[in-house]
Write a protein that binds this ligand. Structure first.
Ligand code: 5GP
Ligand code: MN
Length: 338
């Protein structure tokens, strides 16, 4: 946003408005943290705000302040449609394409409201009036912090906003270990703590809230399902619907597990395939220059970031894995680059 746009947005937010905040399909910590962080900020400015998610999300995010006011489009489509139709401003957080929000995207596309994108994914689509976008940032939560500062509203930061934004920065940076973590990210987090963010408690709520089944599913995944292809510096594993059921799978139980495959010495490319609602959802992670956003865009109808992306396949699990493995020789040189 340039200076002129900042001025315009400040003017828009100067008087109470009907505002909708939407975020991507299967929201993660950054999606919910940024949406509810922005929600808690905007209600302090006396706006009427509704957070709408395309579908549900893991229970370990339900403690976030304002969560009980959020609406799940997949469960309350009629109510959500009405609220979107009546919105004056719509904020689209943590996604770059209306396809990422499924049927909710049609409602957003139809709406005459002024639209904002706040996001850090590569190649954003051009559907908004205003955009706060860069890929050189840890998370959308960090951008929401920047947005609040741009609005000259740093004084409005508090424990609720701080807890939401800290959550997304922490989850999207793998607890501050990915290269996307900058010196500025640490300064932002320090500032959020100054305003009341409960760092240790947040970590506890997100990462130490596992069920016994979840940990046993992780053990099974790594013990029985992991394949390591040293030649391609690649490790991957998969879980079928049947396997998930055996461990009483709940949403969020496999979040982040792909990183275990990436943590093996020498591995630069990790993939995880999971059967969900009749399709195969893929998660890709890489270290260094191997671009999983491009890999996923080209072969698995997905996208994301250079080192973390997702995609899908409508083939069977067996066929999907066969396809994945058959693609690797084409990338052998790239995967073995220093
Ligand atoms: P995850 O593997 O954790 O589901 O997603 C990794 C990253 O890729 C996240 O930033 C997520 O928003 C993005 N992503 C996941 N699935 C898809 C997809 O199907 N399409 C696109 N464009 N991005 C995705
Ligand atoms: Mn994000």
């Amino acid at each position: 946003m340039n200076t002129k746009q900042v001025k315009e947005v400040k003017a828009l937010l100067a008087k109470p408005k009907k505002i909708v905040i939407v975020t991507h399909w299967s929201p993660d910590g950054d999606a919910m943290g940024s949406s509810l962080g922005l929600y808690n900020y905007l209600i302090k400015k006396n706006h009427k705000v509704t957070v709408i998610t395309p579908n549900d999300y893991p229970e370990f995010l339900h403690w976030l302040p304002g969560n009980n006011k959020a609406i799940d489009f997949s469960k309350k489509a009629t109510t959500a449609k009405k609220i979107v139709a009546g919105a004056e401003l719509i904020f689209c957080l943590d996604f770059n394409s209306l396809k990422r929000i499924d049927k909710l995207g049609d409602e957003i596309a139809k709406s005459k409201a002024i639209k904002f994108i706040i996001d850090h994914h590569l190649q954003p689509e051009d559907f908004a009036n205003y955009m706060l976008h860069t890929v050189n940032v840890s998370s959308t939560c960090e951008l929401v912090y920047d947005f609040i500062c741009l609005m000259s509203d740093k004084k409005l930061l508090d424990k609720n906003i701080g807890n939401c934004l800290y959550t997304g920065i922490m989850t999207d940076t793998g607890s501050f270990r990915f290269p996307s973590t900058s010196a500025k990210t640490h300064l932002v987090v320090a500032d959020l703590m100054k305003y009341g963010a409960e760092n240790a408690e947040i970590h506890n709520r997100i990462y130490d809230d596992s069920t016994e089944d979840k940990i046993k599913l992780l053990g099974f995944s790594l013990g029985e399902k992991l394949t390591v292809l040293k030649e391609y510096k690649t490790a991957f594993f998969s879980l079928t619907d049947k396997e998930l059921k055996k461990y009483n799978y709940k949403k969020g139980d496999t979040e982040g597990v792909v990183n275990y495959a990436l943590s093996i010495k020498g591995i630069r490319f990790a993939a995880f395939f999971v059967e969900r609602d009749g399709i195969i959802k893929a998660s890709f992670r890489s270290k260094g220059s191997f671009n999983v956003n491009l890999f996923s865009r080209n072969h698995f109808k997905g996208g994301g970031h250079a080192n973390a992306a997702g995609g899908m396949s409508e083939q069977s699990m067996k066929e999907t894995i066969k396809k994945f493995v058959s693609l690797l020789p084409d990338y052998k040189k790239e995967l073995n680059k220093k």
